[in-house]
Design a protein around this ligand. Structure first.
Ligand code: ZN
Length: 323
């Protein structure tokens, strides 16, 4: 088999695997060769059209030890979603000094509940404890959290959960879509016209300010156990998926990537219990790619919302540089 043919087969297998693992939740998948060509084409002339947001969930110490130095190297800022009741409770969890260091260096500190529980199963009082209680818990330590990350990405389609989140936060963050469409129109699951929270029939919409859609990385499921190299291709697909939607500096779609544990052990990475882990080498490779290809990295709380038109917007490149 010629080298070109061989590369094509490898690209096709990875593309198929990506489609299988993400299914319809990540629409508009481009083939790898197609998006790599587009990536090259758009680079330099259109790098203003490439934006990404980086999130870390669960307050793992590994995020501070391994990921932060790489973020610092490139000047990237990320939003950290912390479980307030778990701060400093285990060696693998960040403590308040760690969180202070993140904040001092310009990272976003946001709420990921009190105990990381499925919110769909809770009474009103328990919901108040997890959602409002975590806001107060952070406030007690000097942090004004304005974004709530749903534990396990569950609860953003539950009216009583959303009502409680809306009482305390500006934004709720859930999953799982490869892109956040700022006008909330690009999703196959729903035919909404804008980002309003309820559709005409009173049902919660798929994407809205209390259901910001993110791409949460899982490399293991029942059928697959992707290597870091295969996950890098998934990453390329996700971060370049915005290319058809953004032009002339007007951002209509943003990939919001959610990381969890960062590990230096390939053996740990391959275990099903580490389905959401990322290796340090892979994380470094991904951040280098963002840097080398001119992506703007924004914090999630830099996302603006226009209540008159019910759409989100990003700060202009110059405003983002100043903030
Ligand atoms: Zn979590």
């Amino acid at each position: 088999m010629s080298t070109i043919k061989c590369l094509f087969v490898v690209a096709s297998i990875v593309t198929l695997a990506v489609a299988l693992i993400f299914g319809n939740s990540f629409p508009n998948a481009l083939s790898i060769s197609s998006f790599e060509n587009k990536s090259r084409l758009y680079y330099t002339s259109q790098s203003a059209n490439k934006v990404v947001m980086i999130n870390f969930d669960d307050g793992r110490k590994s995020q501070l030890i391994y990921a932060k130095p790489i973020l610092d190297k490139y000047g990237f800022k990320a939003s950290f979603f912390i479980i307030c009741g778990r701060v400093g409770t285990e060696r693998s969890s960040m403590n308040w000094q760690d969180i202070a260091e993140l904040k001092r260096d310009g990272m976003g500190i946001e709420s990921h509940s009190m105990t990381h529980i499925n919110l769909n199963k809770l009474s009103t009082n328990a919901l108040n404890f997890e959602i409002g209680g975590s806001k107060q818990c952070f406030a007690k330590h000097g942090y004004n959290t304005t974004i709530f990350g749903y534990p396990f990405n569950l609860g953003s389609n539950n009216p009583s959960v959303v009502k409680m989140v809306a009482q305390y936060y500006n934004i709720g963050r859930s999953g799982s879509d490869r892109l956040m469409f700022l006008n909330c129109k690009g999703y196959m699951k729903d035919t909404q016209a804008d980002c309003r929270i309820y559709s005409a029939n009173g049902k919660l919409t798929h994407a809205n300010r209390y259901d910001i859609r993110t791409a949460s990385f899982h490399h293991v499921n029942k059928k697959h156990n992707f290597t870091p190299a295969e996950m890098f291709h998934v990453f390329l697909q996700i971060v370049n998926g915005q290319t058809p939607y953004n032009s002339n500096g007007k951002i209509n779609a943003i990939p919001i990537i959610v990381y969890h544990d960062i590990t230096t052990s390939l053996q740990d990475y391959a275990k099903p219990s580490h389905a959401v882990s990322t290796t340090l080498d892979l994380f470094a490779q991904e951040m280098k790619y963002l840097h080398d290809n001119g992506f703007r990295v924004l914090l999630l709380d830099q996302l603006g919302y226009d209540p008159n038109n019910n759409v989100f917007y990003t700060p202009s490149p110059s405003a983002a540089a100043l903030s």
